[in-house]
Design a protein around this ligand. Structure first.
Ligand code: DAH
Length: 346
């Protein structure tokens, strides 16, 4: 056999072998490896090409032509098989990644109104039905509005009732929402029905006290106002907010800005008066303070007494939520633990 004949049979063997292997390749990756093995830089076909150097000059063109034909045939076979395998792989991938539209969706956590905001909205909407509208005021108050104008002069023992954060000599972080009453008396004309609402600050912290908490404060100023009006208003509020079966009682108390003054209790909404740990077995629970506005406060703010008279009351907002929902630690409110807050989702 001449050299060229033997190269030719060698080539057709390589071609047959490659075509068979291309057909059997199970993946495009395996097929690519075969391409490298046969058609690559140091592949089998390249090896055969090297023989060309030792051929007589006149046989070289024929030899080159044969090798090239094999190369073209293999490249073509590669392309055909590659597109078959790629199509198969794509359809397998699509089948594996198919989206099942009938599966239930992933439930998203939705934010809810903070219980403090919830109480504010509930109380203000109840009071709106009695004609009360909301008022805000500064968190940093002049000593005058927080104390003096409320009949709590400097050195008055009542200042001890509140552990005050002083900003400077003349300013404090407001210790209650009562200064909102004074702003309203100074700037608005009676008759007045307002609810002052917002954050207040006291240097106090334990299971039932926070240094930063919230109050809501009602004030009514009209031509003839009595303790009976006050009791009627608070009883209405308690029934609307906690439940119609709850009763309200007043206990005599003292606040410099009201005279007479009372502390307000309502039937414990948790045990309905039977006695439980929330009401310390008494069946009653304290919800806030109230009274007829001290004439000194009215006159100091420029409102003529007895032409105009008034009553006022104040509640702690966190305390309202504690009583209504049976929360056992006030410190949960500012913690913003979503496991706690989600319980108030409506
Ligand atoms: N300001 C009082 C406090 O923070 C609560 C209060 C008592 C408000 C009697 C009132 C009131 O309007 O009449 O303890």
């Amino acid at each position: 056999m001449s050299q060229i004949q033997s190269a030719q049979s060698n080539l057709s063997e390589i071609q047959a072998q490659a075509l068979k292997k291309f057909k059997e390749a199970a993946s495009s990756k395996a097929l690519y490896e075969l391409k490298v093995e046969y058609l690559g830089k140091s592949g089998k076909l390249t090896e055969v090409m090297k023989e060309m150097a030792s051929l007589p000059k006149e046989e070289k063109p024929l030899f080159g032509k044969i090798v090239n034909e094999v190369k073209v045939a293999l490249e073509k076979a590669y392309e055909v098989r590659e597109s078959e395998l790629k199509a198969k792989e794509l359809s397998e991938k699509l089948a594996a990644e198919e989206i099942d539209l009938t599966l239930p969706g992933v439930e998203r956590f939705r934010g809810a109104e903070h219980p403090v905001s919830k109480v504010i909205h509930e109380i203000s909407s109840i009071m709106a039905r009695l004609g009360y509208s909301l008022r805000l005021g500064p968190l940093i108050e002049k000593d005058y509005y927080n104390f003096e104008a409320l009949n709590i002069p400097a050195d008055h023992p009542a200042r001890d009732m509140q552990d005050t954060f002083f900003v400077d000599k003349a300013h404090v972080l407001r210790t209650h929402t009562s200064p909102i009453q004074i702003h309203s008396l100074e700037t608005e004309k009676p008759p007045l029905r307002i609810m002052g609402v917002g954050a207040v600050f006291r240097c106090d912290s334990d299971i039932s006290h926070l240094p930063h908490f919230h109050q809501i404060e009602g004030m009514c100023v009209d031509r003839k106002v009595s303790m009976a009006d006050l009791k009627g208003t608070i009883s209405f509020f308690v029934k609307e907010y906690f439940g119609s079966q709850l009763k309200t009682r007043f206990r005599p108390s003292f606040f410099p800005f009201t005279e007479p003054s009372a502390e307000v209790d309502c039937t414990c909404p948790i045990c309905l008066g039977k006695g439980c740990s929330m009401c310390k077995q008494s069946g009653w629970i304290e919800i806030g303070g109230c009274g007829l506005i001290n004439p000194r406060v009215l006159e100091h703010a420029g409102v003529k007494y007895p032409e105009w008279q008034g009553f006022a009351f104040g509640f702690g907002i966190e305390r309202m939520a504690i009583i209504k929902y049976g929360v056992d630690d006030i410190r949960l409110f500012p913690e913003n633990d979503t496991r706690f807050l989600r319980q108030f989702e409506s």
